[in-house]
Design a binder for this molecule. Structure first.
Ligand SMILES: [Zn+2]
Length: 304
């Protein structure tokens, strides 16, 4: 049996996660999609200890936490509040500030909202990542004062970001973004190697930093761009992503510390790659996916 599915609308979410018990049962179903099984003796029946979020084996007495390895572990905040927070953060497209979260959920203390948001954000930074494949556009862009970048003195007043986007017909598939120290061959090919499957067709501009790619096992297709404006024509998808990224940095966050730039890039990537399935993302944020095989790319996008 697969792990439980996720709600597909706000109404369904409200109905399914109406109280603590519903959330607890959902956690248990995520942990044991085939039914409870004691990790020590293998027995299939347990007594639930709701206040401690533990399941106690009816045969050997072993306690198993349903929240181990999730952001909910040892929380004192109600599960319903966590579920709603994860829901809001994943479905509210531009993302959310701690103050917005506090207001939306009626959380009394700002610090509680802030801590929840930090934990959920951290969960966005380390999802399991399958490399990009097929055909991929790669290019770099500068993030600077216009995007509210602060404290980037060691980088000059702007930071270089390299991006890769899968070509899916005329549309875009998944994206990867990384802040790099410079546009050297080592920086750029290192990024491609870490994020793109070998033998993928990689389209870039004519910059020599990308030249080593064909020797590394990629099918490199450099395109001479001529005037800089032409970059948007020869690499339209990655430039669309750069445009969205800059709007997002300016609009939602009102500026970004240079030392946190990568975390913002990762959050943008998490949202972008799940833009068609925000409801599935809430499971990932709560850490429920980590216990089972995560949703594959194909399940996520319904291809092949
Ligand atoms: Zn047992």
């Amino acid at each position: 049996m697969p792990r439980p599915d996720f709600p597909r609308s706000l109404r369904e979410f409200q109905r399914r996660f109406a109280d603590e018990e519903a959330c607890r049962l959902y956690l248990a179903a995520s942990r044991w999609p085939d039914g409870y099984r004691c990790p020590r003796c293998g027995f299939g029946d347990a007594l639930e200890l709701p206040t401690r979020l533990l399941w106690r084996c009816k045969k050997c007495g072993r306690d198993t936490s349903v929240t181990a390895a999730t952001v909910l572990h040892r929380t004192h905040t109600p599960l319903t509040q966590w579920f709603w927070a994860a829901y809001l953060i994943t479905t509210h497209t531009p993302g959310m500030s701690a103050l917005q979260l506090q207001r939306q959920l009626g959380i009394r203390r700002y610090e509680t909202a802030w801590t929840m948001l930090q934990k959920l954000r951290r969960a966005m930074l380390r999802p399991r990542r399958e490399p990009l494949r097929g055909t991929v556009e790669v290019d770099e862009t500068y993030i600077g004062n216009q995007e509210g970048l602060r404290g980037g003195r060691e980088l000059g007043d702007r930071a270089l970001v390299v991006g890769a986007v899968e070509v899916r017909g005329r549309a875009s598939g998944r994206v990867r973004l990384q802040a790099v120290p410079n546009a050297s061959g080592a920086s750029l090919t290192g990024f491609v190697k870490a994020n793109v499957e070998l033998a993928t067709i990689v389209i870039s501009d004519g910059w020599q930093g990308y030249a080593p790619l064909s020797g590394m096992g990629y099918r490199h297709r450099p395109k001479t761009q001529g005037r800089p404006e032409r970059a948007e024509v020869i690499l339209p998808r990655v430039h669309r992503v750069f445009g969205n990224l800059k709007t997002w940095l300016r609009g939602t966050h009102h500026g970004v510390e240079a030392k946190h730039l990568q975390a913002y890039l990762d959050e943008f990537t998490f949202r972008f790659n799940r833009r068609r399935t925000p409801m599935a993302a809430f499971q990932t944020l709560l850490g429920l996916g980590a216990q089972r095989a995560p949703i594959t790319y194909n399940q996520l996008y319904g291809v092949e």
